[in-house]
Structure formats: C-alpha cells, structure tokens
Design a protein around this ligand. Sequence first.
Ligand code: NAD
Length: 485
Amino acid sequence: MSYLTQPTASHFVNGAYVEDTNGTPIDVIYPATGAVIATVHAATPEVVEQAIVSARVAQGAWAALPGTERGRILGRAADMMRERNHDLSVLETCDTGKPYQETSVADATSGADALEYFGGLAATLTGEHIQLGTDWAYTRREALGLCVGIGAWNYPTQIACWKGAPALACGNAMIFKPSETTPLCALKVAEILHEAGLPAGLYNVIQGMGEVGGALVGDPRVDKVSLTGSVPTGRKVYAAAAAGIKHVTMELGGKSPLLIFDDADLENAVSGAILGNFYSSGQVCSNGTRVFVQKGIKEAFLARLTERLKGAVIGDPLDPATSFGPLVSQRQLEIVRSYIAKGIEEGARLVTGGARVERDGFFLQPTVFADVSDDMTIAREEIFGPVMAVLDFDTEEEALARANASEFGLSAGVFTRDLVRAHRVVAGFEAGTCFINSYNDAPVEMPFGGSKLSGVGRENAKAAIEHYSQLKSVYVRMGDMEAPF
Ligand code: NAD
C-alpha cells in the first residue's frame, strides 16, 4: 500500500513539495490494520516562514485578477478532482479508515463541488453603489489577505476544499494545516490546484500538531483563521486570534438532537437515525446523537433499528461492499469505549453493540443505548463515535426544551408527517443547521455551521463569502468641501 500513500514530501509550499526532516516525524496509521502507511514531518519554523512569505507575496496579484480568471482555475481543479475521484477516495480511505463506499461519493466529490461552486461565484463578487443626493458612495468587496485553515481528521479532503475554495475565490491566499492524524489528502488538493493553474504560494499545506497551528494563528501576517475541530481547541484558537483581532470561522463539535414523532414514517426515521449516527463510524460533527423518540413509536423504532443494523457490512474499508469501517485511531477507540462503559455504569440500556469487532484495526460495533436520560454523560458530551443515545418523550414542547438544553448548537433534525409541526419545531431549535425528514445533508449551496459552543461563521453557500472577504466603503464628493473654519 505504501506506494499509494507515502507522499512525495511532507509539505506543499510555494507551488512545490517541500521536505524538512528536522521536523518531528508523524506516522500515518491505516485505521483498518494499525499499520504505518506513511511518515511525514511536522513543519519546522523555517517551513512555516516559507509558507507565510510565499503566500503573502502571491496574494496581491491573485486578488487583482478578474474573478472569472480565478474561478476558471477553481473550476478546472474541480474537474480534475472528479476525474481522479477513485484514487483520491482510496487515499481518503487509507488516511481515515472510512469505507470506500463512502469516500467515493462524499469526499473528493464534495471537495469538487466546493471548488466548482465558489469558482462560479468568483466572478459575481461585487460591491454596491449608494446614491447620496449628488454625492455617492460605493463599496468594494476585497480579500482579507492570508487565511489559515486548520482541519479535523474526519473529512480531510472536504475540509481542505471547503476552506480553500471560498478563500481563493475571494482573492485570498491560504495555508492549510491538516490534522496530524490524517495528513495525506490535503497535499493532493494542493497538487491538483496547482496543476489546474493556481499560481505558486496561494495554497500551501504544512503538517504538524497544535503547535504548528498555534504558530500560524499567532503570526501577525495572518488575517483570518478557519478551524474545524473540537470546542477545547476552538477556545484556544479563538482566543489567540482575538489577540490580533483576526477574522475567525469556528466549526466545532456538537451533540445534536433528532426528534422522531409518533406520526413519522418509521422506515425514513430509522434511516435518518442510522445515517446521523453511524456514517463514518459516527465521526461526524453534525451527527444527531441524541435521538428523542415519542413514546408511542419507541419500541417499534428500536426493533426496526436493531434489525436494520444487522445489515451493516463491517470489514476492509477498501472493499466496496463494506459499509462500516473502523474508528480513526487507537486513541479515539479508547475514548469511545470509555463512553460506552460510562453509559452502562450510569444505567442506560445497551440495546445492541458496545464491543470491539474481533479483527485488527480500531473497529467498534455500531452501538445503541435506550432509556437514556438527559443528565447521563452519553447524552451530554460529544462522543465522536458510533454510539446512539435513544431518549423518549411525551410532548412536542417537552422534546424541544430538552433538545435545546445543551451547550452545543450545531445541528438538529425532526421526523414527522405533520409539516406545520416540523417547521414550528425547526424554528424553535437552537442550532445552525436543521433537517426536516432528513439528516446530515450538506450540499455546498446550503450554509453550514453552528450556534452556541458549536461555532461562529458559516461555511459553504454565499454565506461563506462574508467570512472570506471584507467591505471597503468609499465616499465620493461631487461638489465643494465645507468646513466649520
Ligand atoms: P481537535 O480539536 O483535536 O484538532 C483540530 C485541529 O486543530 C487539528 O489540526 C489540531 O492539530 C489543531 N490544533 C490543536 N490545538 C491547536 C492549537 N492550540 N492551535 C492551533 N491548532 C490546534 O479536533 P479533532 O479531534 O481533529 O476533530 C474532532 C473534532 O472536530 C470534534 O469535536 C468534531 O465535532 C469537530 N468537527 C467539527 C466539524 C464542523 O464542521 N463543525 C467538522 C468536523 C469535525
């Protein structure tokens, strides 16, 4: 496998692969076997400096290009990503352990969507004209300058594109630091962007742990930071960015509610709960991990869910028949197992799963707890693994209040055939991204992001433009200037 996974070098800076073996080695482990499949090195201060300088040098000319020219390059990169989808999906599977069945439809493809969408939008970015009597004003929509992207490990290709595409469309340069757990995919994004014609220096990828991320966030030459990660990291990065009054986007964790009413289509509701808990082995920030089921449908829901989970094909993630893969790392496996132990200890009823799968790698069975109460640890904390907590409820009012009683506010969903109720419930949700009779859709045309501790700012859609550009206002006087003395 190594010929596929070992990158040419650890970093991609100023349009080329760059190595500096003085950096701390970072082993890349294939989660399905535990084998080391590549080794990269954390960026040294010299590599960080090279990335910052090359980005700053390249950014001005890039911002000065007409939007159509910037957009054309992003569009070409999108096409190339789609042409190479198979290889990119295999790499994503090796990096993360997610089944090829998922990666072939959800990762490079979603990255390509972002490149295509923001490539198209680049030519439409304008300011406005404001008539003020005979005087007038206008606004210019300008780039921020140098944006830093810092990624989590669950969607390394998608995150690299969701941050890079709007940043580049708006005329910025980007330095992207992938998660140290999944360092491989973003290098391919950089390679493709440059093959598509992106001038050197505009999209740099450098490796490293939090320390390298911290060096970027703290550098006064960086104008914006977009982080996808956990709330504790978000707090640190937000605070460090605040010291320099930098722009931020924070895509953080969640413990999202999914409300299933008695009148819901049972099969669809079960599908929503499965997708919203077990896709990517549960390592999705927006997952609906608190499943509130109305009492009248609860037993039928649990019975059908248990039945459907028997259909999960657990195995080699590179086999296209596999639908459920391992967790990303030994560490994540241990974290999730400790939550399962807590669930049992605190009195939740284990309906199915709960144990490791007898094979190499970091596999854990899809796990469902019922009779979960709001105060249990598994109902309050983000687990980031394949663990569903089922809670029951009587009334809409009660369910909504309990759904909102969380410090997180990333996503929320509702299954009901009563559409008036569906819209009423969604209006009451304290969450950034909501779903009616569906779960976890993330088309690039729709803004994505969280409220409360789950984050600030929005990715995707036209909303992302606001977070990668700034307005300059220009007042134009047409007559004489007056002054009091
Ligand atoms: P993490 O917070 O441990 O790390 C995220 C990134 O931040 C990594 O690249 C890490 O190296 C970097 N980092 C750590 N400390 C830093 C510091 N002091 N300064 C700068 N960078 C630093 O998160 P993770 O374990 O990689 O990912 C899982 C978390 O990400 C979960 O909480 C999940 O909900 C969240 N997530 C959110 C979204 C979203 O869009 N809202 C998407 C995916 C994942």
